[in-house]
Design a binder for this molecule. Structure first.
Ligand SMILES: Cc1cc2nc3c(=O)[nH]c(=O)nc-3n(C[C@H](O)[C@H](O)[C@H](O)COP(=O)(O)OP(=O)(O)OC[C@H]3O[C@@H](n4cnc5c(N)ncnc54)[C@H](O)[C@@H]3O)c2cc1C
Length: 325
């Protein structure tokens, strides 16, 4: 069965980081399932079509249209539908960013496809694609298969890994002419997210998060230094955000951001289901908490029972030594 990667945005001539990851995941799946990787390069991504080939697509279908100038989910779903109309039965991977959450259900409806949102992995079991997603607030993982001919998986950012680009890789690029209705969305204001030179939380390989247990805004400076030394980003629980210790863009969880980094360090976070829902897909979870009964230890791979005031400075001192900082 073919695998379609729907992509928007670009990073110069290369596809966006989220699309590079999906192409890597699709390539690995295609090798097992025996299908082709078809990329749908929508809007600005059309200019990164060759880059999509380099990152693993066998074929790229581009759709560029004025209706795709804004993040209009209706227009993007219609463009993605046109791409899928060319591929036959397929598994369609959609990036789990903000636009993706709006596009995937609309696309699934148009394709009469089964939809699995918030996937942290997709595997091939020899005859079907099996999609894994956290359920019950991250307390369990559900493995799902779609019984429909078309299947849509909305994949969490950082859940799949990009392949190294192969600049000379062969692949066909074809421009589709699609008649899209004028957008019904009017953009009235744009606000740029403040990242203060740090890695974006959703893109970070390492996330160092703090909760109410930190007791105030000051200790977040220590978390920031650890994140900087590890090339990561700072996250937070809702309790820390509500207390005004850190801005809402750092919130991880059900009503915050979903992350799936290689390493998630939770400091002074109890592990409420709403927090765990946003980070249980992390590859390695380290929890530092003074309460040995804290629920965070149920999802942590490595648990440190102790006061962060003792644990973190020792950890930071060691890290500075290793990094020569
Ligand atoms: C609809 C809804 C949506 C929500 N969405 C989110 C969400 O997106 N993200 C989110 O995070 N929460 C969310 N919540 C809130 C969630 O239920 C919890 O209240 C919140 O996650 C708790 O944050 P916390 O773990 O920082 O605080 P607490 O639960 O108070 O935990 C603090 C922890 O710090 C430990 N601690 C204290 N002192 C120290 C110390 N010196 N050293 C080490 N450990 C220490 C304590 O043992 C405790 O385990 C949501 C709730 C609702 C109802």
């Amino acid at each position: 069965m073919n695998i379609v990667v729907i992509g928007w945005g670009r990073d110069g001539d290369a596809p966006s980081a989220a699309v590079r990851e999906l192409l890597g995941g699709a390539r690995r799946l295609a090798e097992k399932s025996g299908g082709q990787v078809v990329a749908g390069a929508l809007g600005a991504a059309a200019q990164a079509a060759q880059g999509m080939v380099a990152y693993g697509a066998d074929q790229v279908l581009t759709v560029d249209h004025p209706a795709l100038a804004e993040a209009d989910a209706e227009a993007y779903a219609a463009a993605a539908e046109a791409v899928c109309g060319r591929t036959g039965e397929a598994l369609v991977l959609v990036p789990g960013d903000r636009l993706g959450w709006e596009v995937a259900p609309r696309l699934a409806h148009r394709l009469k496809a089964g939809l699995v949102t918030d996937c942290v992995s997709v595997d091939w079991d020899g005859s079907r694609f099996v999609m894994t997603k956290p359920v019950y607030g991250g307390k369990a993982m559900a493995k799902l298969v779609a019984r429909t001919a078309m299947q849509v998986a909305l994949v969490r950012t950082r859940a799949m890994e990009a392949l190294a680009p192969q600049p000379g890789r062969a692949g066909r690029v074809e421009a589709l002419s699609v008649d899209l209705a004028p957008g019904r969305v009017k953009v009235i204001e744009r606000k740029k997210e403040e990242t203060q030179g740090q890695v974006r939380l959703e893109d970070a390989r390492v996330v160092v998060s703090g909760g109410r247990g930190l007791g105030g805004p000051e200790p977040f400076k220590m978390l920031e230094e650890i994140a900087r030394l590890l090339g990561g980003a700072v996250g937070a629980s809702l309790a820390a955000v509500d207390a005004g210790w850190i801005s809402p863009q750092h919130q991880v969880g059900q009503t915050g951001k979903s992350v799936a980094p290689d390493l998630y360090i939770a400091v002074g976070i109890s592990g409420a289901s709403q927090h765990v829902a946003g980070m249980s897909g992390s590859k390695t979870i380290v929890a530092i908490n003074k309460d040995p009964e804290a629920p965070i230890f149920r999802v942590a791979h490595i648990g440190v029972v102790g006061d962060y005031k003792e644990v973190l400075p020792a950890f930071l001192a060691e890290l500075r030594k290793i990094k020569g900082a």
